[in-house]
Design a protein. Structure first.
Length: 245
């Protein structure tokens, strides 16, 4: 899903650029910032696909790709500098960030300050909508409000009697993720299912991605014993979903 968001955003950029004769006649680059494979493989692979299709800017192509730190909550300045650094290339006309992790809003503000001509696109914003929209020219993400119901409804159709929501405080501080959880809990009540919440380590904390994944691997058998086999488990973090599966 996120890889599709990256590709959609860049496709939109290309459409906008080629609609303008002035930009179409001039060479330009598109800056893309993603997380690493360990944090969000789908967006990273999406960037690789873009480079394959449109070429690396370093080799005469269009895409200039940078990655943001795994521990982005404690390395926010690194995140900001990576994104802002894309605007140092005078040929960069657009910057796409996906996931738009905390720090993206400030990065876009600094980009606009030095290069007001650069369009800033945010994919899967992790900052509240009103915050990211203050600097982003375009922001896109999955419909978490609708997913709050659809995920529960699908779990019900698959035979689940219990739904376990696995997350951590940082994610629950995000407006849309918190609202989605509330909708999931209410949907469970409406559909006659049991809703439960389990805490897991934040992959951006001291335990890192590996530690967070190991926690899921070790806890899942106990959770299955606790809630039963007719249970749907849902992680709010991509890196933790893989070991859960």
């Amino acid at each position: 899903m996120k890889k599709h968001a990256v590709c959609f955003a860049v496709a939109l950029v290309l459409a906008l650029v080629f609609c303008g004769s002035a930009l179409a006649a001039a060479p330009f680059h598109i800056g893309v910032a993603t997380l690493t494979v360990s944090q969000a493989e789908d967006t990273y692979r999406g960037a690789e696909r873009l480079i394959k299709e449109y070429g690396d800017a370093a080799s005469g192509g269009m895409i200039r790709h940078v990655t943001m730190p795994d521990n982005f909550m404690s390395e926010m300045e690194t995140t900001i500098s990576q994104i802002v650094g894309l605007s140092d290339d005078p040929k960069v006309k657009v910057i796409v960030v996906d996931d738009a992790i905390p720090g993206t809003t400030e990065a876009f503000r600094r980009v606009k300050e030095k290069r007001p001509d650069v369009l800033c696109f945010a994919g899967e914003p992790q900052e509240d909508p009103a915050v990211i929209s203050s600097t982003a020219d375009f922001a896109i993400g999955v419909d978490n409000i609708m997913r709050g119901y659809l995920i529960i409804n699908t779990a019900k159709k698959m035979g689940a009697k219990t739904f376990v929501h696995i997350s951590f405080p940082r994610h629950m501080s995000y407006e849309l993720l918190s609202r989605r959880r509330a909708i999931m809990e209410q949907a469970c009540k409406d559909l006659g299912m049991k809703f439960a919440f389990e805490s897991a380590p934040d992959p951006t904390s001291d335990v890192g991605v590996a530690g967070a994944q190991q926690f899921i691997l070790e806890k899942t058998p106990a959770w299955v014993n606790k809630y039963g086999k007719d249970t749907a488990f849902f992680c709010t973090n991509d890196a933790q979903t893989e070991p859960l599966l």
